[in-house]
Design a protein around this ligand. Sequence first.
Ligand SMILES: *[C@@H]1O[C@H](CO)[C@@H](O)[C@H](O)[C@H]1NC(C)=O
Ligand SMILES: *[C@@H]1O[C@H](CO)[C@@H](O)[C@H](O)[C@H]1NC(C)=O
Ligand SMILES: *[C@@H]1O[C@H](CO)[C@@H](O)[C@H](O)[C@H]1NC(C)=O
Ligand SMILES: *[C@@H]1O[C@H](CO)[C@@H](O)[C@H](O)[C@H]1NC(C)=O
Length: 782
Amino acid sequence: MARTSYSWQIAVVLLAFLFVPIHCLKPHNASQEQILLEIQHLLYYPVVLSSWNNATDFCNTVQSSSVTVVCYEDLVTQLHIISGDKATPLPKDFSIDTFFATLVRLPSLKVLKLVSLGLWGQLPATISQLSSLEILNITSNHFTGTIQPEITSLTNLQSLVLDDNKFTGWIPARINFLSRLSVLSLKNNLLNGMLPESLGSLVDLRVLALSHNNFSGQVPDLRSLTNLQVLELEDNSLGPEFPRVSDRIISIVLRDNKFTAGLPEQLHFFYQLKKLDIALNRFTGPFLTSILSLPSVTYLDIEGNRFTGKLFEDLACNPELVYVDLSANLLTGRLPSCLVSSNARNVAYDGNCLTTNNGNEARTQKPISFCSNEALAVGIIPRHHKEGKGSKVALAFGITGGIIGVIMLVGVAFLIFRQVHGKKVVKPPSPVVSTATSSYTSKLLSDARYVTRAMKLATLGLPPHRTFSLEELEEATNGFDTSTFIGESSHDQMYRGQLRDGSWVAIQCLKMKRNQSMQSFTRHIELISKLRHQHLVSALGHCFEFYLDDSSVSRLFLVFEYAPNGTLRDWISGNDSGKTLSWSQRIAAAIGIVKGIQFLHSGVFPQLFSSNLKITDILLDQNFTAKISCYNLPLLDQTIEKIINYPIHTFLLTFPPISRVSNPEKLDVYDFGVILLETILAKPLRTQKEVESVKQQFHTRITADDGAINDLIDPAVRDACCDQSLTTMAEICSRCLENDPSERPSVEDMLWNLQFAAQVQEAWRSSEGSPISSSRRAITEQ
Ligand SMILES: *[C@@H]1O[C@H](CO)[C@@H](O)[C@H](O)[C@H]1NC(C)=O
Ligand SMILES: *[C@@H]1O[C@H](CO)[C@@H](O)[C@H](O)[C@H]1NC(C)=O
Ligand SMILES: *[C@@H]1O[C@H](CO)[C@@H](O)[C@H](O)[C@H]1NC(C)=O
Ligand SMILES: *[C@@H]1O[C@H](CO)[C@@H](O)[C@H](O)[C@H]1NC(C)=O
């Protein structure tokens, strides 16, 4: 019985389905049909509508790619009229106002596509009456005039496509009223002006296509557009800074604009990026070779910029790369073999200074001296030749400025263009496919995932690494005034400066030997620019100064974050000022140091080992965040040893004998142990001997009964730390200082224990109230 009624229900449902088309077959709302016929008339009976007549059942005609009418309950909701080729403008007596006055009598329209119909005139403000409109595509017509601000009242609009017209003027500032917009495409018009900041609040935007207009100025901050997949800005006058976009972006086309500042190193984290076309700009600075191995990248074009740096044969590439154009830059070294041996790839690299094995190819490369000289022209105008401070052009170029240099630069760029353009050689496919690269890439990928999870957030808040102009640095330091001098070593001086935006920086000035190669600098700068982390004193940028006679580099300036609170040692032991960190702050500092070490070990590629990390290398910023200031870089490392105003310590802590450095990370763990020891005991440990004796004492006390280390620790915090927190810290410290490296804890282990110590201290503190009773008061906690 139940079964029968069930089938009956199904029959009813089926019948209901049958009735839907029957309902649609009824004669339609006559006025809607008339409107469509009127539209046909107003469009001068275009060929695509030749089948329309007064007998046409519009809502039930077969939809085609060129004509579609969709109805819902007798009302037209979609109208697509798409003519094949771009039509010539409709006759003179055509009136766009009459046309739209007719269109708005289809008030239920959600989708309106009028493509290549020869429409001309100003897009009328009456369009705002189509308030249901979700998609508007009027590509390939002859619209003129500005984009009426009234269009922003179409708040249901998801797709606004005005491509291939002659729209002029600016994008309406109220564009953000279109809060559901997911596609904004204004390609091939005559639009100009700056892009409105409000674009940055269109959070649903997936596609922003503004190519082939005359937009200028800085691209607004688009980082909050987390859905943005496609950014096309080709052929405008935008610049100078690389657009700030979410790292989920898939395609970036900046071709043929005025971008100059270097690539942001956040590009390392654009794991979904498939296409990057930044050709024909004025990008300077080191090329980020890691782009080649981004996990999704298939298309890379950097042609016609002034990227410097050395390529290596063993660089990794994503095996999916199909198009790579490195032509007309200032690259040196050897073409990565993963590009040479690839299969279906177009690879172009003419007009650089690469070394090739093939004689024919060598002819398309420039002598190495060309690239080093041109690289000089990028940073670089000798200071005694510079113009007055306000030289706008030089500032606009974001380089050490001077009119002569700018003219030189433009001239050189022009020459390169002439030489390279037109005779670009695309490498013929080679039969061998490198298999080695894929494993390399997957290793990078797994590293990359790790980096995303653990490290990415930590780098937030820092501006991208960039080229500074000498003027900017002179202004910041009041002409390197002695009052801004904060320290020096045999290789360098440190100055403190304040940039125009008010931020403080530490500027390291390195005097260069005449014969030092440009590559060594650029490689060094490239490395430094990658080392950005909340717990590293990160580099913000650099600046070159050149000798006038042979244009070799005379001075290299590295601009770092400034940590105003000095070294960790200043804050823990018998210093004159009496300022000390509370116990919680010490734990927080220790956690910061370990996170910095963790980043050096596993957040950058290749790994870096700090080696010989000292408490005086740990700086505290305005929030008492601990930052490692000395990371051991392969090149020029001796020169960046001293970052800031601390007395230059001549002592060296030597490691327990390193016969074979099999696990260098454990050396850093040991160094951290020494720092932690000093942090806990507040006893300056300046020599290996001091370390050894204190360590011995400490070990003995720790293994003895509870509370035995209490009288060893810094009296300033003795009463203000809970026992369990102290014991945890002491134990981890003691383990870090084990003589056998394999006994020392891993970085993760340390982090876990330190965080535990922080938690129990926090819990204790909130239950005890404010237990700080020491004579030397710990500074207030945040
Ligand atoms: C046709 O549509 C118009 C506009 O929606 C409406 O005012 C009119 O009553 C409809 N006529 C018929 C016959 O349904
Ligand atoms: C349809 O149009 C034809 C001419 O194009 C005309 O002769 C005919 O009377 C019209 N029919 C109706 C129902 O309007
Ligand atoms: C606009 O419509 C034309 C014709 O259908 C289509 O080719 C084009 O891709 C559309 N533009 C956008 C951005 O959707
Ligand atoms: C583009 O805009 C600039 C000013 O920003 C103007 O000088 C130039 O003439 C414009 N070019 C075109 C083709 O409209």
